[in-house]
Design a protein around this ligand. Sequence first.
Ligand SMILES: Cc1cc2nc3c(=O)[nH]c(=O)nc-3n(C[C@H](O)[C@H](O)[C@H](O)COP(=O)(O)OP(=O)(O)OC[C@H]3O[C@@H](n4cnc5c(N)ncnc54)[C@H](O)[C@@H]3O)c2cc1C
Length: 473
Amino acid sequence: MTNESGQPQRHRVVVIGSGFGGLFAVQKLKRADVDVTLIAKTTHHLFQPLLYQVATGILSEGEIAPATRLVVRKQKNTAVILGDVQRIDLAAKTVVSSAMNMETVTPYDSLIVAAGAGQSYFGNDHFAKYAPGMKTIDDALELRGRILGAFEQAELSQDDDARERLMTFVVVGAGPTGVELAGQIAELAHRTLVGSFRNFDTRDARVILLDGADNVLPVYGGKLSASATKKLEKMGVEIQLGAMVTNVNRDGLAVKDKDGTEREIRSQCKVWSAGVQASPLGKQLADQSEAEIDRAGRVLVNPDLSIPGHSNVFVIGDMMSLDKLPGLAQVAMQGGQYVSKNIMAENKGRSIDERKPFKYWDKGSMATISRFSAVAKVGKLELTGFIAWVIWLAIHLMYLVGYRSRLATLLSWSTTFFGRGRGQMTITVQQVLGRQAMDRLTGNVGVGHGDSPTQQLPPEQQAAASTEKDVAS
Ligand SMILES: Cc1cc2nc3c(=O)[nH]c(=O)nc-3n(C[C@H](O)[C@H](O)[C@H](O)COP(=O)(O)OP(=O)(O)OC[C@H]3O[C@@H](n4cnc5c(N)ncnc54)[C@H](O)[C@@H]3O)c2cc1C
C-alpha cells in the first residue's frame, strides 16, 4: 500500500472510543505492523462499573479513569486524538471529529466503532433534567453533588416537610447499577454520615429503589435476586417493584403501580439507571450501509462483528447487537480483541474468508450490594454474600487499568470497608452547576443534564443560593 506521494504506507486502523472495547482493541494491536489512531471524546479510559463509588464518595475519578494517552504511551504505533466523532463517511473511508473548535479528518483502512451507549429515558428525555443517569465522570460528580447537597440542604431547612423531601432518595431501575447505587446511598445515610449533622438524623433518610419489573436484578433471577432483595431491605432500602415512572419533576416522581394505582413520591434527589441507548453513530452507519439498528440503536452486526457490505468496518461492545449478548464490559473487551486479531492476521495476508465467527466466553457477572456482600453468577454457579464480594473485589482490581489505580483503589476501599470513612466527599458548586452553564453556552438547555441541588431548594433558600448560581452561569 502507498500513500499520496507514492511512499509505502502501513495499514491504518482507526478506533472510535476509549472505553472497554476501544482500549482492548488498541492494546491488542500493540505489536501489529499497522498505524493505529484512537479517537475519543474524553481524554480518559473509564471503568464504568465503579462510577457509583465516585458518585458516593468512595473513589476519586482519577482512580477509575486513567488518561488514555498515558496508558498507551509505550505503544509506538498508536496516536491518540481527542475528538467527538461527528461523521463517519463509509464511501470516503474517513472519520470527522471535532474538539475545541478544531475539526480533524482521519482516513482509515479498517475502522472499529466502540462509542458505547448513553442513558435511555424511553422517549421521555425531559426526565433527565431531574433524574440524571450515571454514564460518565461528569455524571458521577454531578450525582455526588446532588446526593451530598441534599444532606446539606436538609441541615439548613427549617421546614419538616421540605426536609422529608430532601431526605428521600429515589433510584429508578433495579439492575446492577441501581442496586449498587441504592446500597451505597443507604450506607452513606446509615453509616458514613451518622452524627455529622446537628438538625436531623441521617438514619431517617429514605432510599427507594424502584422498578417496573417484578424482581430486583431481574437478569439474575431466582436465588440471587431474592438474596439481593433481602440484603437491601436489611440495609433500609425500600424496594418498590412493578412500579412505572410516568413523570419526573423538580419535587418528585409520578408512579403507576401494576394494579393501576397512581401515586406521587416527593423526592429531591432522583437517579435514573433504567435503560440504555446506543451511540447515534450506529444510525449513521446504518444509513450508509445495509446494516440495521434495533430499538436501542444497536447495530445488527455480522458474526465477525463487521457491518453488512463493509468487511473493514466493525462495531463492538454496547453499540453492537449479536446473539442477544448483554451490554457487559467482557463483551466489549473480547469483541475488541477478536476484531484486532483478525485485522492483524489479514494484514499478514490471511484471507477475509477465513474469519471465524466471534465467540463470547461468558466469565460471569456480579453486583455488590454493600461492603462484604455481593451476588455473582458464573456459569451455573450462583454465589451470594462474602464469597461473592471477595470475587467481585478481586476481579474489579484485576481489570482496573494501571498498577497505580489498583493500589490507590485498594487503599480507598480499605478505609471505606474496614472503617467508616470515605475519602472523596468533596462537592463543589462548579461540579454541580458546570454542565448547565456549558449547556447554556451551547444552547443545549434542558436535555440530558440535571438541575443543581441549589436550583431545587425551597423558595426561602433560593435567594441565598443565587449568588453561587450567578457565578456558575
Ligand atoms: C454505571 C455502570 C455500571 C456498569 N457495571 C458493569 C459491571 O458491573 N459489569 C460489566 O460487565 N459491565 C458493567 N457496565 C457496562 C460496561 O461498562 C459496558 O458494557 C462497557 O463499558 C461497554 O464498552 P464499550 O467500549 O462498548 O463502551 P464504553 O466503555 O461506554 O466506551 C465508549 C467510548 O466511546 C467514546 N465516545 C462515545 N461517543 C463518541 C463520539 N461521538 N466520538 C468519540 N468518542 C465517543 C466515549 O467517550 C468512551 O470512551 C456498567 C455500565 C455502567 C454505565
